[in-house]
Design a binder for this molecule. Structure first.
Ligand code: NCD
Length: 487
């Protein structure tokens, strides 16, 4: 392990057999508080959002390891406040000797983007994500798992309730990504509709989720993971906030209804989620949980340092594959086609150019716009024919590019957004029908709808989308979208 960017970057065995075992192995050292002496190793902690536990435990971990460290708190302390880009800020911290660079940002995907830049430019720096907006908080997940394993004794066969802000709370998102690897975990989600868990995380647990706006389903949970309403990330009127604060909290009365031996966790800070009268009850294990941050981060600092010279980011396959489905002389093609009604009724066949067929209904104009705009500035006459009856899809759009031929990369991009399209290429008295298997990552096209995604905040950051089921997933902020939302 070199970088720690997202739980989704690790396989099950890495998380549970290597990382978690590794974190556990630092527990005694963290308890002893013996200080090692390695001032030549340097950690830089750049926290552009407030933090007490993550920053503090990373610093304590660095102190116990005997490292030198540098702490930057708030964008205002840096040239980011003079509109310097994240990319240049990251480069500078690496130039100034960060062996491990820990960053907390409001911008989502900033850490992945900086890790990629530093690796491409041969810096030997491990980048660790101390929380990126609403996306991920992987070291919090490691310490949460360490807490569960230490105090609950197991990581399988658990009923876990999550309560509070499940929409914007990154600690919940990261932890769910890890728990999805375990056996027999049933998840109970308790939140107001305003902060309900996004579908992409629910999909990690098919058939094992209970969702509720009231607290009752928490009563048979082994673990309850509370979270704070992330007021800073969305607008909520004060009345709604008060209603939520009064309802979504654990007090003495509720504690009595919970399962014997329940463990109440919270990444902290908490505001109203735990009432003062139960703060010292044995079920509230939040102080022990927060302490687990120290051995956890001793491990990630040490491991990041050990592997800082590795090339670790996945090399993504950008190749696309062309399949020729049909090849005929134009004469033969026309002979076959003249019998079918569609061509005659909806458009005149062309003798030179490209017809993009089987476009899902409604996407034709968007693809046309893309071809005319930044995507390709394709010359030639373009007709979009909408709502054409289709055997395969009932109704489809068709795009006719007379005297225009698309480079393979452009056909691959179109196929990424509309995987079912075929390209009819007509020219030199020849007809060819091809289909393109899109590359696994689509670069530089479309726009990520998330305002705080790094791709909307750094001029060097290109959009990158990967395929996730039938959706596209932003490689940086890790949110999933319908194809239409992105193009
Ligand atoms: C959380 C965070 O910053 O995501 N805290 C933490 O790191 N321990 C939770 C929060 O801010 O509510």
């Amino acid at each position: 392990m070199k970088h720690v960017i997202s739980i989704n970057d690790f396989r099950k065995e890495e998380i549970f057999d290597q990382i978690l075992v590794g974190c556990e192995s630092w527990v005694e050292h963290a308890k002893d508080r013996k200080i090692s002496n390695c001032p030549e190793k340097k950690a830089t902690f750049a926290f552009f959002e407030p933090s007490t536990r993550t920053r503090g435990s990373y610093m304590e971990a660095a102190r116990l390891l005997g490292w030198s460290s540098d702490v930057i708190i708030g964008e205002e302390a840096t040239a980011l406040s003079k509109k310097e880009s994240m990319a240049n800020a990251g480069r500078m911290l690496a130039i100034q000797g960060a062996d491990v660079l820990v960053m907390r940002t409001k911008i989502e995907g900033a850490q992945r983007f900086i890790a990629e830049i530093l690796e491409e430019e041969n810096f030997e720096t491990s980048v660790q994500n101390g929380g990126d907006g609403t996306n991920q908080h992987p070291t919090q997940t490691f310490l949460d798992l360490l807490t569960i394993r230490r105090f609950q004794g197991r990581l399988d066969d658990l009923k876990i309730g999550f309560m509070g802000d499940l929409k914007y709370g990154r600690t919940v998102h990261s932890l769910l990504c890890a728990l999805a690897h375990r056996e027999n975990i049933s998840i109970t989600l308790v939140s107001p509709p305003e902060t309900a868990l996004p579908k992409q995380y629910k999909n990690l647990f098919p058939g094992e989720i209970t969702e509720s706006e009231s607290l009752e389903p928490l009563c048979d949970c082994d673990i309850i993971y509370l979270t704070r309403i992330q007021e800073e990330r969305f607008t909520l009127d004060p009345m709604a906030l008060q209603r939520i604060s009064e309802k979504y909290r654990i007090d003495k009365k509720i504690l009595k209804t919970l399962k014997q031996g329940v463990m109440i966790m919270h990444p902290m800070p908490y505001v109203t989620e735990i009432t003062p009268d139960i703060r010292r009850e044995k079920q509230i294990i939040i102080d022990k949980q927060a302490w687990c941050g120290i051995p956890t981060r001793m491990y990630t600092l040490n491991e990041g340092y050990k592997n800082r010279k590795e090339i670790s980011l996945p090399q993504i396959n950008q190749e696309s594959k062309i399949d020729t489905i049909l090849e005929l002389s134009l004469e033969e093609y026309f002979k076959r086609k003249s019998a079918t009604q569609t061509v005659n009724r909806y458009f005149m066949p062309i003798t030179n150019g490209t017809v993009i067929d089987h476009i899902p209904q409604g996407l034709g104009l968007k693809i046309r716009g893309f071809l005319l705009g930044s995507g390709g500035s394709i010359k030639g006459v373009k007709h979009t024919i909408e709502d054409v009856p289709s055997k395969k899809h009932q109704v489809k759009d068709v795009l006719v590019l007379e005297n225009s031929f698309l480079p393979n990369e452009l056909m691959a991009i179109i196929s990424s957004f509309a995987p079912m399209v075929t390209f009819n290429i007509v020219g030199n008295e020849n007809f060819q029908k091809v289909k393109i298997k899109a590359p696994s990552i689509i670069t530089g096209i479309g726009k990520c709808p998330i305002k705080n995604c790094i791709t909307n905040n750094d001029p060097e950051a290109n959009t990158k989308f990967t395929h996730s089921n039938s959706n596209l997933k932003c490689h940086y902020c890790e949110k999933e979208f319908d194809r239409e939302e992105v193009i």
